[in-house]
Design a protein around this ligand. Structure first.
Ligand SMILES: *[C@@H]1O[C@H](CO)[C@@H](O)[C@H](O)[C@H]1NC(C)=O
Ligand SMILES: *[C@@H]1O[C@H](CO)[C@@H](O)[C@H](O)[C@H]1NC(C)=O
Ligand SMILES: *[C@@H]1O[C@H](CO)[C@@H](O)[C@H](O)[C@H]1NC(C)=O
Ligand SMILES: *[C@@H]1O[C@H](CO)[C@@H](O)[C@H](O)[C@H]1NC(C)=O
Length: 370
């Protein structure tokens, strides 16, 4: 029958293709990866099929992958035909190598496994005159460690409208833990994370936080063999008194500078007025208006001693609008010394955020009160 003949050809083909493999050395590790809990023991098994009968030159060795890729492999243990097993110093007392020449297998037993043992291992066989085929095989060892209690930190200022991050990290854990943040309201009710929140590798980013963002944030660190979590309490507060008090201090200092400026200015002007005999006399009234009024107080300085009929009002107005100094003079004005002018107009005002320095607008209007 044709099918039987086909089968015969197939058998022959199979034998012809398989045979060449058995004329060279074959080293295999049946299990491509092993897992072991830290502190426990594990046995790795390697098989070899030599092409020659004389195994008196056989050298079998186990090596571990280096810490840094590219460096030479780390020796673990080796066996030379009919000699005692040689264990590398690093593995002394906790690596046990056996080679069975009849079953042609080797076992490497590692005890008291540490995180350092979490790597790949290679079993290689050298036989004189048998250097073709697969001379080595590789397997990997995964050391399992449950995640340690994560360390969770809030980074940033927990005040309204700030952006903050909550970070979560377990010192230990193998395989590498994954992190997941969940949130509970102040009343401990489960809730969605804020809409703009993003999390990646245990870092939760919260944008423009408000009072509503306050609550409990739980991070669960988890891998295949266990989990651990942390619980952060987030309290978002109104902008702190820190900025406000800074603004107050700045305002007070500025007020002092202004007062000194005015005193100097008046002193000089009066002196000048006496010398030059100006018709207008000395300035009657000087007012300072802070239209913002929020953090800087309105200041008034009055010179009531003036008996002059024409009262002159010098007005210095703070305006947020133009960052430049404009000076407009109405009716003929007393001639001011440049230095005196700059004493006053050079006054700087700190803006609402307590950091912006804006030039103020200087206005000198003369008013006839009658
Ligand atoms: C917060 O983040 C948003 C978007 O990334 C950004 O536009 C904004 O300027 C940030 N705010 C602060 C106070 O950093
Ligand atoms: C252990 O090795 C595996 C890969 O085999 C890796 O995924 C894991 O992160 C390693 N564990 C540690 C703690 O590096
Ligand atoms: C932050 O939120 C407040 C009110 O929720 C809003 O007025 C403000 O524009 C937001 N700021 C940003 C940068 O999104
Ligand atoms: C987080 O901690 C708060 C108090 O510190 C507690 O009321 C709440 O139940 C905790 N949440 C979880 C999920 O453990």
């Amino acid at each position: 029958m044709t099918t039987e003949r086909q089968l015969g050809w197939r058998m022959l083909f199979l034998i012809l293709t398989v045979l060449p493999c058995c004329r060279s050395l074959e080293v295999t590790i049946p299990q491509s990866n092993y897992e072991v809990a830290r502190g426990a023991a594990i046995t790795l098994t390697c098989s070899f099929v030599p092409a020659v009968d004389d195994l008196t030159t056989l050298l079998l060795s186990w090596e571990a992958n280096p810490d840094v890729a590219g460096e030479p492999m780390k020796a673990v243990a080796s066996y030379f035909y009919n000699r005692p097993v040689n264990v590398a110093p690093d593995y002394e007392g906790r690596a046990f190598l056996e080679v069975d020449m009849t079953t042609r297998t080797s076992t490497l037993r590692l005890t008291k496994v540490t995180m350092q043992d979490n790597r790949s291992y290679q079993c290689s066989v050298n036989i004189f005159n048998d250097d073709e085929g697969t001379l080595a095989a590789v397997t990997s060892l995964l050391v399992l460690v449950a995640p340690s209690a994560p360390i969770c930190i809030i980074k940033g200022t927990t005040e309204y409208f700030h952006n903050i991050t909550l970070s979560c990290k377990s010192e230990e854990g193998s395989p590498t833990p994954t992190y997941d943040w969940t949130s509970y309201s102040v009343t401990n009710m489960p809730r969605q994370l804020p809409p703009k929140a993003t999390q990646k590798d245990g870092v939760l980013s919260l944008i423009n936080i408000t009072r509503d963002t306050s609550g409990f944030f739980i991070c669960k660190s988890e891998n295949r063999i266990g989990f651990a979590s942390c619980n952060l309490t987030l309290t978002v507060e109104p902008p702190s008194m820190g900025t406000a008090s800074t603004a107050i201090i700045v305002a007070v200092v500025l007020a002092g500078v202004v007062v000194v400026g005015i005193l100097v200015y008046c002193f000089c002007c009066r002196k000048k007025g006496k010398e030059d005999q100006y018709a207008e006399g000395s300035p009657g009234e000087i007012e300072f208006h802070d239209k913002e009024g929020a953090e800087a107080s309105t200041m008034q300085y009055k010179d009531d001693k003036s008996t002059s009929e024409k009262k002159q009002v010098d007005r210095y107005e703070d305006k947020d609008v133009v960052p430049q100094t404009t000076q407009s003079l109405g009716a003929p004005a007393p001639k001011f010394d440049d230095d005196q002018n700059s004493n006053v107009s050079g006054k700087e005002r700190y803006g609402g955020k307590g950091s912006d320095i804006e030039s103020q607008r200087y206005q000198n209007d003369q008013h006839d009160r009658f």
